[in-house]
Design a protein around this ligand. Sequence first.
Ligand code: AMP
Length: 221
Amino acid sequence: MRLIILGAPGSGKGTQAMFIKKKFHIPQISTGEILRDIIKSDNKNYLKTRISNDIKKGNLISDDIIIDLVINRLKCSDCINGYLLDGFPRTLSQAHAIKEAGIVIDYILEIYVSDSEIIERISGRRIHIASGRIYHNKFNPPKINGRDDFTGELLIQRDDDTIETIRNRLSIYHKQKKILLDYYKNLKTFKIFGFPRYYKISGSFSIDKVRNNIFSILVKK
Ligand code: AMP
């Protein structure tokens, strides 16, 4: 089970990725998380400052940095039975680089939600940093306001979840998604080995319904 999950920020991609990871016992390789971990680390180097500035502005991190990080991560032993790529690849160079590195993708799963719904959702999103658990003030509230259900620790709003940043991120996401889907469509058209199967599912239903729809697709395959 080697898959790419696609979805705009706020589409529920992170929540669904967690379900898939548990069900199929594969690691979720989230480049956003890897980058945020670097920002949180004690290192005071040029790379950390560069990543931090780009993320705050909603810009993509340069391809060479991210490709290196992912290729190294996929060499870890927990990836032997598959992986769930979340937030990667986002550009043609990234897709091309993993193909050249012999990394195979079986499925692309896109969770689709309209931009207007995304903007409504984003303002209520809260995260438990230590575990990666994601809540929403209205759609998936924690049992105690502002606190993680399992640890009781404080939830936070991500720096890049402001409306201005989200508009920028949505526009980048749409452009990059098109480039990526065109790339994989081309592999299929020219019957080049390693083209993935592509599924688009609506992310506008409840979390449970979206999860069941995803499972029914992936279990059947
Ligand atoms: P995410 O949590 O996936 O929305 O990622 C948060 C931010 O990390 C993005 O807005 C980018 O600045 C950066 N980022 C994550 N994944 C990538 C990637 N594959 N390529 C470039 N930048 C990335």
